[in-house]
Write a new protein. Structure first.
Length: 502
């Protein structure tokens, strides 16, 4: 028994932390999914963000950057050719992407790498002993959703890993100042802020860790945080294509307030919040009744870990144990939830960022209450979340069409050999019943304009893109034919046209 207790108190070295993370993730994958890892093929996935991430990343890998524009409704960034999220996030994936090559699954493999690194660096930086690491793993399994986000093609895996790194490096700074740990904490917090400006709140962790290390270090931390926020605003306004007619965030109430309509601004914002809360309840209620929805499960997971953190905070406060990380995590998590409700919309993947923050704070400061809260979380959440499923795989009906469209577009683009970005851009008719997974057929380097089908169908709207992908027999196709566009290739599920003339 003494040997077991001693083992539980042991802090593994860096190599063992990496190996432990690898084993943990691949054991989870084998339990959660039936699909062999090497058979995964992301093209049929339902998240259309994934294909836009991928096509920008493979453009960097193959051409050093997009040769055409990425944007929405024939718009593009004020500077550069990147679409949503700007170039910084894309390059963060492209750098490890050079290891995996340019393919449909590039982001998938990068996400697994980020998941491993996030867990390993967190464990090492925070000096988690074996017991704490087991608690972290068990709690993650109970939460479930953050782990599933590692095995997909979106960017949540990187963001969640950076949260763990930021908190872990801050824990290291709270023990003893080190330039290396500060740089790592600043990098993680800065990158998160640039990607999601509300993550400016996460600078609270290194700032608190440095609070007793002198004014100079606090000032450096504060200035670095301010710089990252300025870069975030520059990235969002200048380097990122506007999302359709706006930024994706709802600032209508603020605009009304600027125009002097305070009453209208308050009324609008209250109505927006009311709609959001009703939408959340409409997702949570069927989940509570056994018909699990993605958003409903995400909200319940967030609420569960939030309540666990509050209870542990009270318990540790009364026992005079460390609580500052839990306080910081609660402040940041509640603030993020408020921002999502007030300015954006609540989705499961967005709520996992604060969930990871709360988890990190719980594990670092006191793992003893886990004997109580892990079984409670398992009872409450696993029946809802732990469902073995399959990931998408390749099938001829889709793969053959992707191959054919890619070959046809490659031939046309190479024949034109133009330096004009619009000549290297394809307009995709969104909501035209052409599945977005077919955009993987767009050759690496080409840009994609994610246009509403109604925009493409409107003859008063200018189409700058040289190519367009639409469905058969639609209003968008009729407009293209009326304007003299020439067919490039037609398949069962789509048709690609080329604009004629200069």
């Amino acid at each position: 028994m003494e040997k077991v207790k001693k083992l539980m108190r042991t802090t593994p070295n860096a190599l063992l932390c990496v190996l432990g993370a690898i084993v943990f993730l691949f054991v989870f994958y084998s339990l959660a999914y039936r699909t062999p890892l090497w058979d995964v093929w992301l093209a049929p996935n339902m998240d259309n963000d994934e294909v836009i991430y991928n096509r920008q990343i493979v453009s960097v890998i193959t051409h050093g950057g997009p040769q055409g524009y990425f944007g929405y409704d024939e718009t593009h960034a004020a500077i550069g050719r990147y679409g949503g999220w700007g170039p910084i996030l894309i390059w963060a994936y492209a750098l490890p992407g050079f290891l995996f090559g340019s393919s449909i699954n590039t982001v998938f493999w990068c996400n697994i790498l980020f998941g491993i690194l996030g867990l390993a660096i967190f464990a090492r930086a925070a000096r988690l002993n074996v017991r704490q690491q087991l608690v972290c793993a068990a709690t993650l399994v109970c939460l479930w959703i953050p782990l599933t986000l590692i095995f997909c093609g979106s960017s949540e895996s990187l963001h969640n890993a950076l949260v763990l790194i930021a908190v872990g490096a801050s824990a290291a700074l709270s023990r003893r100042y080190s330039h290396g740990w500060f740089v790592l904490a600043a990098f993680a917090c800065g990158f998160l802020t640039i990607s999601r400006p509300y993550a400016l709140l996460f600078w609270l962790f290194p700032l608190v860790a440095l609070w007793h290390d002198g004014v100079r270090r606090r000032v450096v931390c504060g200035v670095t945080a301010a710089v990252s926020f300025v870069v975030a605003l520059f990235n969002m306004t200048m380097l990122t294509a506007p999302y359709f007619s706006g930024s994706g965030l709802d600032f209508t109430a603020l605009e009304m307030l600027k125009q002097g309509d305070a009453a209208g601004a308050v009324a609008y914002q209250m109505e927006h919040i009311s709609i959001q809360l009703r939408t959340i309840w409409a997702e949570v209620l069927p989940t509570l009744r056994g018909n699990t929805t993605q958003t409903g499960a995400g909200c319940l997971v967030f609420l569960a870990i939030l309540l666990v953190t509050v209870v542990c905070l009270v318990y540790d406060w009364r026992g005079k144990r460390p609580v500052r990380f839990k306080i910081g995590a609660l402040i940041c998590s509640v603030a993020i939830a408020v921002v999502l409700v007030v300015l954006y919309n609540v989705m499961a993947r967005h709520l996992m960022l604060p969930c990871m923050l709360l988890l990190a704070a719980l594990v670092i400061e006191d793992a003893r209450p886990a004997l109580v809260y892990v079984p409670v979380l398992a009872i409450l959440l696993l029946p809802m979340n732990a469902q073995r499923s399959s990931l998408s795989t390749s099938f001829p009906e889709m793969a053959d069409q992707i191959t054919a469209v890619e070959a046809a577009l490659t031939e046309r683009v190479e024949a034109r050999n133009s330096d004009d970005p619009w000549d290297n851009t394809l307009a995709y008719a969104y909501d035209d019943d052409v599945f977005h997974g077919y955009l993987y057929a767009v050759p690496a380097g080409m840009g994609i304009e994610f246009d509403w089908n109604t925009y493409l169908a409107d003859s008063s709207k200018t189409i700058y893109s040289r190519y367009a992908m639409v469905n058969h027999g639609t209003a968008a196709e009729a407009r293209l034919l009326a304007d003299g566009w020439q067919e490039v290739i037609s398949t069962n599920d789509l048709v690609v046209y080329e604009r004629q003339g200069e």
